[in-house]
Write a protein that binds this ligand. Structure first.
Ligand code: AMP
Ligand code: MG
Length: 422
């Protein structure tokens, strides 16, 4: 089939600002249905997305908990210090209920350990450091306020209340909380399958011996890693040549997954066929470019022959390796997280002090590979010298991207700049 001389989409481009493009993706992400559910062992649930809320099976803490080693007292008895109190017993963590003193009265104290239940009648704990016990009497040198060093029963969570919401990404603290609620396994969403389709006549696979003008496929591998990190299951398709028939067949194959990510073939070149072929397949396009660098020609749309339910979202990412990585983080990730069942979260940047001046041509929002270094409160960030958006070697040395707003041509050293940590 002869090549069409002009890409029809190129005649009617939809190039959005970065914020608009991100917003469009977030709006579509809010509409997607989440998939099947599976049960996994508690530790294996780390990094997964919870599919049903976890309720507290009892109050947390289940008793008023002492947060210090010391003496459980009535704060009112210590309005004048030093004070002498009668020690009527000792309570250690995990004490059998029947051996806990029933209640303490005026002028009395109980020796208590961190994590032990505070007895009835006591309303505070004095740290052992401010006390000295002689026989059954303790001298206390410091007064306390009511409630000091005691976490009341149920103060952290109430029995029956939700501990972890559906859609929450399970990190170390969430796994700890699930363990404290007695869950040895958790119900999580299955990882959505994401098809990866690399395009380009010059691209050969990792095992091939490349000819002098051929390039090894690296994008499928960076994408596979990013897909896994964002909660998906990558499925690498064979490399598509810049030839419409074969490209179309591989796109059809990719649309069987829950999401299709293409790389390469979305620029203005005569052999950039991705939009043309998708256009012929009656795809809807939501944008065909974003005012960013790297990654300007990024494409987002939806395609499928059948019903609304069988339509699939796709992203066409520019083939330059750094463009592929950056546009995945900025646009594909929120969609993939939604398909993986995650509650939506906004993209936020942290700030670090710029080490050396930046000069760029204004007009595009830039995400430039950089190294954040320093320690403690003194984080500083510097651009990595690079050869442009094809330079994976420079990007592999970077640990973040500096975000340069589109209206800034110059940023002086010393200014705090936003960074996207990778
Ligand atoms: P394209 O977006 O197809 O115009 O490609 C832009 C640049 O990225 C070209 O230099 C390609 O050779 C390179 N490129 C495209 N796809 C890949 C890939 N899968 N792995 C490594 N480099 C690629
Ligand atoms: Mg290409």
């Amino acid at each position: 089939m002869p090549l069409q001389p002009v890409n029809p989409i190129a005649l009617n481009p939809m190039v959005l600002s970065f914020e608009e493009a991100r917003h469009v993706v977030e709006q579509h992400a809010a509409l997607v249905q989440t998939g099947e559910i599976e049960s996994v062992d508690l530790i294996c649930a780390a990094g997964r997305v919870l599919s049903e809320p976890i309720p507290a099976d009892r109050d947390i803490p289940p008793f008023p908990r002492s947060t210090r080693d010391g003496y459980a007292v009535r704060a009112g008895d210590l309005s004048q210090v030093p004070a002498l109190l009668d020690v009527i017993g000792e309570i250690k963590a995990g004490e059998r209920v029947e051996s806990i003193p029933l209640r303490i009265g005026n002028g009395q104290a109980v020796s208590i350990m961190t994590g032990a239940p505070v007895p009835v009648g006591a309303d505070a704990v004095v740290m052992v450091e401010f006390t000295s016990q002689q026989g059954n009497r303790v001298e206390i040198a410091k007064s306390v306020s009511p409630g000091e060093n005691v976490v009341p029963r149920g103060a952290e969570a109430r029995e029956g209340g939700t501990l972890i919401d559906r859609g929450q990404h399970l990190n170390d603290a969430a796994i700890a909380l699930a363990a404290s609620a007695g869950c040895s396994s958790l119900r999580v969403y299955k990882r959505p399958k994401v098809a990866v389709l690399t395009t380009g006549d010059e691209i050969v696979d990792v095992d091939a011996h490349p000819g002098p003008t051929q390039i090894r496929n690296s994008n499928s591998y960076s994408l596979a890693v990013q897909i896994q990190q964002a909660g998906g299951k990558p499925a690498l398709l064979p490399i598509a040549p810049d030839e419409p028939e074969r490209l179309r067949r591989l796109i059809e194959e990719g649309l069987k997954s829950e999401l299709l990510v293409l790389t390469g073939g979305v620029s203005m070149g005569r052999y950039d066929l991705v939009e043309q072929v998708l256009g012929e397949m009656q795809a809807e396009f939501f944008f065909t470019g974003a005012k960013i660098q790297p990654g300007r020609p990024v494409v987002f749309g939806r395609c499928g022959t059948g019903t609304e339910q069988t339509k699939r979202y796709f992203f066409g990412l520019p083939g330059n390796p750094v463009s592929t990585m950056v546009t995945f983080e900025l646009f594909v990730r929120p969609m993939l997280e939604a398909l993986a069942g995650m509650l939506p979260r906004k993209l936020w940047f942290v700030h670090a002090r710029l080490q050396s001046e930046i000069r760029v041509k204004p007009g595009l929002k830039r995400f430039l590979p950089a190294i954040v270094s320093g320690q403690f409160e003194n984080s500083q960030v510097e651009l990595v010298p690079w050869q442009g958006s094809g330079d994976v070697a420079a990007t592999a040395r970077a640990n973040c991207y500096i975000v340069v707003p589109e209206d800034r041509g110059q940023i002086p050293a010393g200014e705090f700049v936003p960074i996207l940590v990778r």
